[in-house]
Design a protein around this ligand. Sequence first.
Ligand code: SF4
Length: 388
Amino acid sequence: MRITGSKVGLALRCLHPWADGVQWPDRATSGSEAATKGTAVHACLEEVANGIDGWTVEGMARAHGITGLADEMRPLVAAGESVMDNLDSGAVWLPYEPEVAYYYDPATNTAGRLDSWGHRDYSAAPEGAYACTLDLVSLPTEDPTEAMVLDWKTGELDPGDAADNAQLRMGALCVALANPVVKSVTVILAWLRPGGPVVDEYEYSADELLRFASVLQGSHERMRLGLTDPCPGPHCSSLWCPIRATCPATTAALAKLGGTRLSGVIQDEDHAAWTLGRLGAVKEAIKDIEAAGQGWAAEHGDIPMPGGKVWGPFEKSRESVHLDTAGAMAALEGLTVAELDKAAPRKTSKAALTKALGKDRAKDVLGRLRAEGAIHRGTYTSWGIHKA
Ligand code: SF4
């Protein structure tokens, strides 16, 4: 299995999915409407970038088998068009080309363009080479030392900063190595949201890209030596590990929780110690499961639950009262001291005073507050493992 641009960030943290004999789920059965919507939006923007007329969002949705999602696609396509309008008006990155495939071969530290007949067809790349498809590429003619690569993101989760995106960094490396005159590459991460695009940029120098090439070479060497044991971490879910459901590390983590021995009913002292000693692992597992659920929902859409409900992101709002607003205290006029104390208690802490006033002044103020009896000492009970 070849390491591709969208998975290079994961591969740099864990090579196990690409180890000999590891099976990935069938793409045909693991696809989703959300992923197909992203593909269809990309296809629309490819038409825009190529200056092709006559296509419609509805037609593109129909061609991808998601006719009902055309309304959701429309604002994302418009967001992408506005990004291209900006590129056009700035004229810095003209001309640009959509959907260009490249490879990077760590064995020879070379890169090249792949003129594939079908999208994501990397069969012409050398064996063991990384491969990626760049959503937009610009090799400007006015200043041939600068290039640009852009990636559209259409998911629900914030894709983060352009500078932290391994996929774009690999794309920049490919463009720089394949075009030796290029001395710097600007990467643009364009997150297409219904309300408009969120765009972040970063400019890579040739030195930074060479350093990244050596990181990829190191990873390639580890793969060659068979150093592909699972390396679990937050990346398992945040970077969409494709074999998470069957990974031996995930299975081992669940086994560590002890299956049926975990229970809310304590059987004896040994069982109490055994159960409570695993609370940390249980809390980690909860975070892990939540992250996995969020990752799945972001990629595949809301998860149907019993009773006609779904599990996924939703908007919530809450109001907060700001008593430091002018006139706020006057609005509380008429409340008794006891009511005020309950409804709008004025409390601070030693840490807040120290943070606001600095150590020495806070010490002075705390001394005066103590003398006035304004500092109360209370005890409370905390639960957890501690020294006997
Ligand atoms: S689930 Fe995590 S540890 Fe397992 S193969 Fe995937 S990235 Fe590696």
